[in-house]
Design a protein around this ligand. Sequence first.
Ligand code: ZN
Length: 171
Amino acid sequence: MPRIYILDTGVLVSTWTDKKVESLFVTTPNIIDEVRNRLSRFRAETLFLLEKMEERTPREDDVRRVESASTSSGDRSELSQNDIEIIALALTISGESSDVTLVSTDFAVLNTASHLGLKILDPNKKFGQEITWVMKCPACNYKSKAPTRETECPVCGTEMRRSPLKKRKIR
Ligand SMILES: [Zn+2]
């Protein structure tokens, strides 16, 4: 059985897939559209790759699981709908096969997936810590777990920023 890689946009337009000839690649229909509409130096190769790729839609309850996990991890405000769907697709396919890895270069995607216990791979090898984020006021240090980014501090009115609450080393 081939190893299954769930690919997000950044990986699709990179050359990472060139070395993985024996693998099966899967992504969502919306990411395929996003890549098709993007003018890329790797356009020809990418289009060829899209032909070899399986297209799947995640299960609805996996989408909700990702929304809830990304709210707890503090990544919700950083994720697009396509990001949420690709993590959810990794959950859906992990429920069916054992050798499933989500490949992404996006830290919010990798972080949420790590919180969900998914196998993850960062081709740039830069993602090394699983983080639980909170919103923190840079002026008075008030902390909040509210999922939105543009929250004003309820104490002093300063714009809050994302700040790490907990860190855990990966591998
Ligand atoms: Zn404040």
